[in-house]
Design a protein around this ligand. Sequence first.
Ligand SMILES: Nc1ncnc2c1ncn2[C@@H]1O[C@H](COP(=O)(O)OP(=O)(O)OP(=O)(O)O)[C@@H](O)[C@H]1O
Length: 245
Amino acid sequence: MEKQLEVQLEEAGYKTDEVSIRDIFFSVEKGKLVGLIGPNGAGKSTTIKSIMSLTPYRKGEVKLGTEGNNGTYAYVPEQPVYYDYFTLWEHLWLAASVNGIDKQQFEQRADRLLEKFKLTEQKHHYPSSFSKGMQQKLMLIIAFMLEPDLYIVDEPFIGLDPQATLDFISLLNEARSGGAAVLMSTHVLDSAERLCDTFICLHKGTIVAAGNIEQLREQAGLTEDHTLFDCFHVFTTEAVDVIEC
Ligand SMILES: Nc1ncnc2c1ncn2[C@@H]1O[C@H](COP(=O)(O)OP(=O)(O)OP(=O)(O)O)[C@@H](O)[C@H]1O
């Protein structure tokens, strides 16, 4: 299967003399959803930020796109980022125009997504007046509007209401069936268990387990009636050998 993202991070951190994550090696194939899981402070956001070259220190390599073909990506940060003086619609148009989407295609995609996320009425409002969940939806709408080869999403579920969560999942599945790859960090393990093909479990800045749910159960020494949460508990509370992925 073709890799859309290959991560070979030896070390990364917020200062040159401080290593926050180390030995993070994994890949995401076309059409697959890889879940980045781990407790608070495990290094999920740092991994994502260093993939995006947003950490001051990074040693290692990140390859984006398939063999001989640079891929496109959309990054949805944990904290929404917006301009105070642009309306919702202006944000979408700005993102579309810098990414070369023509006006007709932009309007078609943007209107469909606003409808889906129930923000049509707020089209000409300023995101600074939005709730956290509505700002999160703005970030997701931009990502889906760009229809990239790869989605990198940092904790999408916190802040979204149940209907928006379902809408987000259905759009994600639609993008995957079109061949898009997804890397998603989350604490919401029941959703992750249902959605993700494979998991990277981080603890104390490094990978402690990786694979699909069956492989995680095996690595945790658990039987098939155990959930992702049970595996997570084993990997993050007991001394485990670091398992190569
Ligand atoms: N801006 C920063 N400057 C310095 N250290 C940071 C910064 N952000 C995170 N860290 C440190 O890096 C380590 C990993 O944090 P990170 O935010 O990646 O964890 P996380 O798994 O995303 O946690 P959470 O689930 O709480 O979001 C922690 O020790 C944290 O204190």
